[in-house]
Design a protein around this ligand. Structure first.
Ligand code: PLP
Length: 290
């Protein structure tokens, strides 16, 4: 950050940064698996698109961002990493309230890889609850700009914990399902995979699921997904850079399908991790000699 590489414990921002004061920021998260970034270009493109929509600018182009992220991971020595890069509105030298006066700030960090689902949940599937908290509507905050407007997701998580669940799925203002804290949702019915079309972040993992479904000739579409469709699905899963394809086996306390991880979820989970060997999707990190 601010043009330097630091140990994580020394990375700090000003309390006056609008990223902190107003959630006025955009970010992206890419992972490194077995020493290589996965779909790095897609993550940087999404990030730059968010910057553009928010009228932010940084003094780095795609290649320079990629080089900074490579350096962060190389310096961390991590073979499996969770790599976040952020642009905050920054601070205004005059404390002006006009966002155009602020100097935007770029921050990137690499920490050990983390997953939405822990190993036990990967074995038996996550238990989710559908919350009455409505996901912030797209006309208010564009969900395709990756953002920190998470109070709906966090409120929903507490709602889910109160119901004995482990994670939450929020609905949109139309009452159809949207997404959860850090993941997209998928249902499987009669061999057909469906994911909510609107009001969600266009996840890079979601795109990978589309690609893998096409490869394996599994029909997959983006469309409205009702609460009823999830409750009566044969299988369900979620997708995120933090964990890949992860099974969902209970909703509001009831089993989804048989309550076990279904065959299409299983196939896509394996295909997702196998696709990490595809040279066209990898960007290999050069670590310094030990
Ligand atoms: N939806 C939200 C709100 C997210 O924050 C994320 C990622 O963290 C996702 C979906 C999944 O996106 P991706 O697959 O690009 O990680």
């Amino acid at each position: 950050m601010d043009g330097q590489y630091l140990p994580m414990s020394e990375a700090r921002i000003s309390v006056l940064d609008y990223g902190f004061l107003h959630s006025d920021a955009t970010y992206d998260v890419v992972h490194v698996w077995k020493g290589a970034f996965f779909r790095l270009d897609a993550h940087i493109d999404r990030f730059l698109n968010g910057l553009d929509k928010l009228h932010m600018s940084i003094p780095y182009d795609t290649d320079q961002i990629a080089a900074i992220l490579h350096n962060c991971v190389a310096l961390s020595g991590l073979q499996n990493a969770y790599v976040e890069f952020i642009c905050t509105r920054g601070t205004s030298p005059t404390f002006s309230r006009d966002p155009r006066d602020a100097v935007n700030r770029f921050i990137a960090f690499a920490i050990p890889f983390g997953s939405v689902a822990n190993p036990d949940q990967m074995q038996r599937g996550l238990h989710a609850a559908i919350s009455d908290v409505v996901r912030i509507p797209p006309p208010s905050v564009d969900p395709t700009i990756k953002n920190y407007h998470w109070l709906d997701l966090i409120t929903g998580l507490y709602d889910a914990y109160n119901k004995g669940a482990e994670t939450v799925i929020l609905k949109d203002a139309n009452g159809t399902l949207a997404e959860g804290p850090g993941f997209n949702l998928f249902t499987v019915k009669n061999g057909h995979v469906t994911t909510p079309e609107h009001g969600v972040l266009l996840g890079i993992t979601r795109q990978t699921v589309f690609d893998l479904c096409a490869l394996h000739q599994i029909p997959c579409t983006a469309a409205a997904v009702s609460e009823e469709a999830l409750r009566t699905a044969d299988e369900a899963f979620i997708s995120s850079t933090a964990g890949g394809v992860m099974p969902l086996t209970r909703i509001n306390g009831d089993p989804i399908g048989t309550g076990n991880i279904g065959p299409i979820t299983q196939l896509l989970t394996e295909a997702y991790w196998n696709s990490h060997a595809d040279a066209s999707l990898r960007s290999v990190v050069s670590y310094p000699d030990p």
